[in-house]
Design a protein around this ligand. Structure first.
Ligand SMILES: Cc1ncc(COP(=O)(O)O)c(C=O)c1O
Length: 295
């Protein structure tokens, strides 16, 4: 990454610094969005900025989604060009900005905006047909810092989960996504994704009370399923519900909808999902999602 976006401008990576008195650094008061481009343009930018705006409102960080929507496409395009990227993984961070040492009783006034871009991850050719494994983790999804999970600068829970996943010696879990249950034992979400399953033609996904991040892709999938006449329920589910499912898939802005074809628990027991390949509802929803993305 040669160049980084900082407060509307573009600077050399080495010069992109945020002051140590920024409350994003001191107290984790900040939020981020991760999204990607299709045909060089950021997908669902408006929704990502809306989620950012809602989170900023809760954290007392000034943020105008209208101003951001007007300026971001040009900023992203310029930064991609500076980094010689035609498609990009984009991370946009808004941190609270410099403030007093100690907890402030008032809202923030001078947030810092940081824009990072990199190449999209390489995806194995057969990922969307053959799917990946989902490894059940012992790390539990913690309860959110706010009434609803924000995409905040607190990702310790996810990093600990990722480390647990990386330490699983079973070779089948090498490319797996990790699955966290909530403290009550309900399926919550992946380390960096939301989870869906299909049973007898209907779609199910954990509800927000499990501490999950309400993903943009999750929301779009719910809408696409609704429009396609696929019944969808948000509720409380267990690992056993996944084991009994006909199809399972995970969603995220970067990876879209990825079929899960193998379920692994911590004892090393593996269960193939359906026929061990992407099921018909997963394929249909992925097609609809990609149509929406214009590819
Ligand atoms: C913990 C977590 N859950 C879910 C998601 C999926 O969210 P989205 O669809 O908005 O990318 C992410 C994405 O990074 C995530 O980090």
């Amino acid at each position: 990454m040669k160049k980084i976006g900082l407060n509307g401008g573009i600077v050399d990576a080495a010069d992109a610094v945020v002051p140590v008195m920024d409350h994003g650094f001191l107290y984790g008061m900040g939020l981020f969005e991760t999204l990607r481009t299709y045909r060089g343009r950021p997908f669902l930018l408006e929704r990502h900025l809306k989620r950012m705006a809602e989170g900023c409102r809760m954290l007392g960080i000034p943020f105008s989604p209208e101003d951001a929507l007007a300026s971001m496409p040009g900023w992203i395009e310029a930064l991609m060009k500076e980094n010689s990227l035609e498609e990009a993984y984009i991370r946009y961070t808004v941190s609270a900005g410099v403030d007093v040492l100690g907890l402030p009783g008032e809202e923030y006034s001078r947030p810092n905006h940081v824009l990072l871009v990199k190449a999209l991850p390489e995806v194995p050719e057969n990922l969307y047909t053959q799917g990946k494994a989902l490894q059940l983790l012992e790390t539990r999804r913690n309860s959110p810092e706010a009434p609803i999970r924000l995409k905040s600068l607190h990702y310790m829970n996810n990093i600990l989960a990722k480390r647990e996943l990386a330490a699983v010696s079973d070779p089948r879990s090498r490319q797996a996504e990790g699955l966290m249950l909530d403290v009550r034992g309900h399926v919550s979400e992946g380390v960096v994704s939301n989870v869906f399953f299909v049973k007898e033609g209907e779609l199910y996904t954990p509800d927000a009370s499990t501490g999950l991040l309400p993903g943009i892709t999750r929301q779009v999938v719910l809408e696409l399923a609704g429009a396609a006449g696929i019944r969808c329920t948000e509720g409380l589910y267990t690992w056993e519900d996944l084991l009994a499912a006909d199809e399972v898939f995970v969603t995220s802005s970067i990876q879209e909808l990825v079929p899960v074809t193998l379920l692994l628990d911590r004892q090393g027991t593996g269960r193939t999902v359906g026929r061990g390949a992407a099921g018909p509802i997963t394929r249909r929803l992925l097609d609809l999602y990609r149509q929406k993305a214009g590819i």
